[in-house]
Write a new protein. Sequence first.
Length: 156
Amino acid sequence: MALSKLDNLYRQVILDHSSHPHHHGLLDGSTNQIEMNNPTCGDVIQLQLLVKAGVIEDLRFDGSGCSISTASASMMTDAVIGKKVEDALTLSEEFSQMVQGNEKEDLDELGDAAMLSGVAKFPARIKCATLAWKALDQALTEKQETTVAKQLHCED
Ligand code: ZN
């Protein structure tokens, strides 16, 4: 398991998020919903968002996935709740660049999610880490009113 090779501190935080995920469950009265899966690992995520006046007021996730995908989803919720939609989309892009190894100097805005930078060393796990962020992107940009199922496409 790739986790064993990550820095010990980071690994502990990642394990904490995966065993006790933040903002896990269902959201009443959500405005945006999406379901997405990562076929290479079998991770499935459902996101429910409450977006008002361009701000992500609340967000919950459910589904089943490996520890990386669950931890990443938990960290993502911490990073984007209370943020403007445009800022959340910027964070999503920064996260995507980070796990592909294109790290920028200032990752503070990503919060705990910055600890997943080590995933860049494990290409097979990058899609696990980006699943929640891709789902967020889709949910925010397509203004989904109902749950839709989408598969991630290979990026190469
Ligand atoms: Zn996975």
